[in-house]
Design a binder for this molecule. Structure first.
Ligand SMILES: CC[C@H](C(=O)O)C(=O)SCCNC(=O)CCNC(=O)[C@H](O)C(C)(C)COP(=O)(O)OP(=O)(O)OC[C@H]1O[C@@H](n2cnc3c(N)ncnc32)[C@H](O)[C@@H]1OP(=O)(O)O
Length: 300
């Protein structure tokens, strides 16, 4: 009885709203004019972003514009945002692999497209649009992995920081080339890079536009693994890698990612409170009851 009252409290709309945080980082109160920038981006066509949601709960998102090393056109930016919204509503989902077509990750914005939006107002609107998308991607209750093959350049380097993990193939590189373009990161990549590797390493990478090869990336904590060139190919290697972090029931996996995502963004006390609320969503749930009734031990 006490447990069901407790669950009822936790399922109140206020708690749900708190847990399923998909509010946009920028909205009209920040001067963001979403429809206006979407209309402009829709004119910059080419390439595509494709999402496959597999039955095992692992999705694959492919950045596909190989003629331009998978650079992002305007329509691809819109498609990415639609794919992320789709993933936000995928209750069976546990994991996500982001990769680029034809063995290279992504070379950032399509330079032909960005030439059409060089005025600072449009630039900032585009930046808000992509930051909204990548923040939602980072907050998804899915373990996300960027499979970096070939080159991750500019915005492509920023995109891979929005994933929880980065797996690099031996010949790949991540490179924040922004300084050479007279820019700084704008897709949220600087903020996320500092969180990932600390401000000293981030400053080195951004101020020198250094090519970050896999061993160096592993060394500074930017990469999580260098994939061996197995016979099945990098995507199959990435699927195997993510499988070991997404075993078991979807709701428990999603709760794990939610506690980490909330802790990553919140102040200490705030994070403890959210952790307690998420805990309440799995405590006494089917996976928990099954483990208790089986007398599960952890000595293997
Ligand atoms: C805040 C993010 C920031 C922004 O929004 O402004 C950016 O992302 S800026 C964009 C950063 N990216 C670049 O500056 C990439 C420039 N391109 C290169 O450095 C090279 O093309 C490279 C290293 C990606 C690949 O070199 P490689 O020798 O292997 O091949 P090619 O140079 O022959 O490239 C093949 C083909 O792809 C076209 N390409 C590559 N990247 C882009 C891009 N970002 N936008 C448009 N087109 C791109 C390249 O021009 C070639 O086309 P081709 O018609 O054959 O000349």
């Amino acid at each position: 009885m006490a447990l069901s009252i407790w669950r009822c409290m936790l399922n109140s709309s206020a708690a749900r709203c708190h847990l399923h945080r998909s509010l946009s980082l920028y909205n009209s109160s920040h001067g963001f004019k979403e429809e206006e920038i979407k209309n402009k981006l829709a004119l910059l066509t080419g390439g595509s972003v494709a999402l496959i949601k597999r039955e095992n709960g692992i999705a694959e998102l492919c950045i596909d514009n190989p003629a331009r090393m998978n650079a992002f056109t305007g329509t691809m930016m819109i498609e990415l945002s639609e794919c992320v919204s789709d993933l936000e509503n995928w209750q069976e989902g546990k994991g996500l692999i982001v990769y680029g077509a034809e063995n290279t990750f992504c070379s950032g914005s399509d330079l032909n497209a960005v030439k059409a939006v060089t005025n600072p107002q449009d630039g900032v609107m585009m930046c808000m649009f992509i930051q909204n998308t990548l923040t939602k991607l980072q907050r998804l209750p899915l373990i996300s992995v960027a499979l970096v093959q070939g080159k991750a350049l500019g915005g492509g380097a920023e995109l891979c920081t929005a994933c929880d993990f980065r797996l690099m193939t031996e010949d790949s590189e991540i490179r924040f080339v922004h300084k050479h373009m007279g820019l700084v990161p704008g897709w949220g990549g600087a903020t996320r890079l500092i969180q990932l590797i600390g401000s000293r390493h981030a400053l080195k990478l951004l101020s020198s536009a250094l090519r970050v090869h896999p061993k160096y990336a592993l060394n500074i904590g930017l990469a999580d693994e260098i994939l061996s060139s197995g016979t099945d190919g990098p995507l199959a290697e990435a699927q195997k890698w993510i499988a070991s972090y997404t075993k078991g029931a979807a709701d428990v996996n999603r709760a794990v990612k939610k506690v980490v995502a909330s802790g990553r963004e919140k102040l200490f006390e705030d994070s403890l409170r959210t952790e307690k609320e998420i805990f309440g969503t799995v405590w006494g749930g089917p996976a928990n009851m099954q483990a208790l009734s089986k007398g599960t031990k952890h000595n293997e």
